[in-house]
Design a protein around this ligand. Sequence first.
Ligand code: G1P
Length: 321
Amino acid sequence: MFHSGAKLWARLLHMTTQNAVRHAVIPAAGRGTRFLPATKTVPKEMLPVVDKPAIEYTVEEATDAGIKDVLIITSSSKHAVDDHFDACPELEGALEKSGKTKLLESINRYRELAHVHTVRQGHPEGLGHAVYQARDHVGDNPFAVLLPDDLMHPEDPLLQAMIEVRNRLGGSVVALLKVTPEQATAYGSAEVSAVDPEKLQGLSVEPGRVLQLEQVVEKPPIEEVLSEYATVGRYVFDPAIWPILETLPPGRGGEIQLTDAFARLIDVPKDQGGGVYGVVIEGRRFDTGDKLGWLQAQVAFGLEHPELGQPLREYLARMEK
Ligand code: G1P
């Protein structure tokens, strides 16, 4: 079909904006029972990693991947998360008055990076249900989901790579972590196949890191683990997931599971937004919802901190003697 220059341009622009991943959803409604007693009154997402709450790293990761619109799913016990991403005129005024510009910048930095919104999950019915709360906000657009318990070191621009794969192949894309069979029982477990490297030419991600999902199951017993690949923490979804989440029955643990939803996307025809791919995580990942994982994150990020890194290194060296 013939298009005039202007019409073709408008059509291309429409296609590009339709495809672009412009929304990030961060589910932060969980109870944080693994981190009690610290999380009795403090949301786990607000526990600091060095000098910032863990969830701020997640927001930064989304913005590093070019996403400016962030929706955090909270619950009634998460006021501190809502407040952290709101203005704080009294504190801002005090810092300004006393000339503490750096500190003032530090509390407002996220605002220059992203528009952060929050919405509440009224009933804790599982991760799939939490993500579904974003439907009205995100609408008929592709979107990213970032679980804040999974803190990804920025050395691996994983989300960016996942978005590139989605833009090239369509469908949805999940992050894959190599695990032992014992570890696999705590995650989504995936059966995978290779993707033709020709289809991935020119992308920044090495073709060997991209796989196609054939099957996925949430937290299987060890004898049902599907492979060494677990689906964790980062997802880019086609809006075809919405009607699935709308009617999805409860799965493992009696909860509406996100894994069950994208398991169904595997069988949806490609021209209807189906197909699920995986990108293997290469950087460091910390489970900050777990006490040991959180301590490891403190040390790793602390050692890289411009002011604290050196004294912390010296302290750790002294402790080893
Ligand atoms: C959730 C998901 C699971 C995923 C895990 C780690 O489980 O349901 O599929 O592998 O996060 O990202 P949770 O650890 O919240 O029980």
